[in-house]
Design a protein around this ligand. Sequence first.
Ligand code: CS2
Length: 483
Amino acid sequence: MELNRATLDRVPTESRPRITAPAPGIVHLGLGAFHRAHQAVFTEDAMAAAGGDWGIVGVAPRSPQIADAMRAQDGLFSVVSLAAAGSSTRVIGSSAGQLLAAADPNAVVKWLADPAIRVVTLTVTEKAYRLDPATGRLLLDDELRADLETDRPPRTIPGLLLRGLCARRRADAGPIALVSCDNLPSNGHRLRGLVDQLATATAIAPWVRANASFPGTMVDRIVPATTDALLTAAATALGVRDRAAVGAEPYSAWIIEDAFPGGRPAWEQAGAVLTDDPRPWETLKLRALNGVHSAIAYLGAVAGRSTIADALEIPGLHAVLRRLIAEDITPGLTPPSGVDTIAYGDEALARFANPAIVHRTVQVAMDGSQKLPQRVLHTIKARRDAGAVPRWAALVVAAWMRYVQGVTDDGRSLPLDDPLADRIRARLADAPATPEGVVDALLSLDTVFTPDLADDPELRTTLIDWLTALEKHGVEPTLAGAA
Ligand code: CS2
């Protein structure tokens, strides 16, 4: 038996949704696991506490599986909260429709122009913004150009947004907030810049300026890709099968800039924090949580560890990460008032160690070229500007350089899942197979490393030293003696 509205009476009472079949008010782009375990839950709780028509029309950009599964389940799906002490499962009912952009982009454009929709949220991953991480400007490739310069239905996220906003202006459908929930620095600012850059080429720029807001947000919940074991656990807890279930850690946080010209759900009643300036939270989280996560992912994957929790058991790694947090990350940022960066980092390490979460190192390792700048290179830059050499942050970059060569310490192959994969492979193929050769080849990727870092002799030497150690001895011996 499958989860849907008709079978809800078989689901244990405490696991049933707090709301069902809400009227639409939000379009969400990116129907992945993270959205379902984060914004969908906050929005359900907000509607349950304070009402409002804020049902979420979820848009899957390319892959049909989840949209199909949710449609067959009347939009219902469950979130399994995974803790060492046991799990709990609840069905979420905040969904108000599912679309597949690749199959029907015009349907998405139509929803974006619907006056019922007053908020658009996005979890589309870093690469979908097509921004040069160094400059924050849009990278105009052929696909995006075709979206902008032809009448064919848009295929990219920026193209879809632009088309939707044009249609919204024509329909006079009222003001709207576009909320990036991706792990980008100043994500609201960046999304605004992207839309501005696109809009200036069209007649809609003044309308966008007057009608659209771009609140910044910090989103946080560890949500690994769903496994068969998770689907089985959800089915056991619910008494019915759920093909769209997700597993997540119990912790969940959302800091949101309060700038919603068309209104918003009462997310504060669901535990979110509404603020004037989320940026100190974003910086803290990107560097002291995501940066440390990436460190564990690259070192762990090269050491042959398949999960984050398992990688954390590598002798010496915990001590190295604490030094990374204390010596490199902490001095380079100003945390939100009342927050201690070292305590925050310790809490992140405890969350990563959650044994109930099966989070694969290669999942966190993917898209490194898009993640490294805000997670690690900004830490390095802050320390270099202060005249210091951030040894531990350099180790993370060296581990990425080791990882992208595609082989673990015991000779197994590693996936290179990255929009720059071809460029990375080409640079490596042309370079001498020495630590110097690899470091120079990768430092020349100019959308990853800005010139101040690429041309920094002290940083280069530190990277070469670490990469030499990693290649000569392997991750585990390198870490054992490091901290
Ligand atoms: C992770 C994040 O996959 C990754 O790169 O670092 O998805 C991380 O789990 C979340 O940002 C936690 O909020």
